[in-house]
Design a binder for this molecule. Structure first.
Ligand code: ZN
Length: 136
């Protein structure tokens, strides 16, 4: 914390959160399915993403996404900490800096996986280039 150049960011920079539940199709998909069903049964107001049995974006193995409001962090994250079982879970805030969100700002439950951050950077560069084309 002795970095005089450190910029202190307010938590209001966070628009919402994602939790990414990781699984291997052969060994831990059933556990991920049970976890997903338990999330629904617990009544959390979250948006559950599709099943991705293969790596997608920076995510190195199969996964599904849970999108949730910042106001639900204090109830959902402790619940996931107790119930994620054998599935590794990445929890990241969404700010205007997706690379930092998936690296420096990330929280992990269970085993920490190595995300493909260089791929994320390439995808973002491509996205930003196409946005510029739209406004040009
Ligand atoms: Zn995400």
């Amino acid at each position: 914390m002795n970095d005089p150049g450190r910029t202190v960011r307010p938590v209001t920079d966070i628009t919402d959160y994602h939790a990414h539940v990781y699984y291997d199709e052969g060994t831990s998909k059933a556990a991920a399915q049970q976890l997903r069903a338990a999330i629904v049964a617990a009544g959390f107001e979250v948006a559950l993403g599709r099943w991705h049995d293969d790596p997608v974006g920076p995510h190195p193995v199969g996964s599904f996404q849970i999108a949730f409001a910042a106001s639900d962090f204090a109830s959902l994250v402790p619940w996931l900490a107790l119930n994620h079982g054998q599935n590794a879970v990445l929890i990241h805030p969404n700010t205007d800096d997706p690379v930092a969100d998936h690296s420096d700002h990330a929280l992990w439950l269970g085993r920490q996986l190595e995300l493909d951050i260089p791929l994320l950077k390439r995808l973002l560069a491509k996205f930003r280039a196409s946005e510029k084309d739209d406004t040009a």
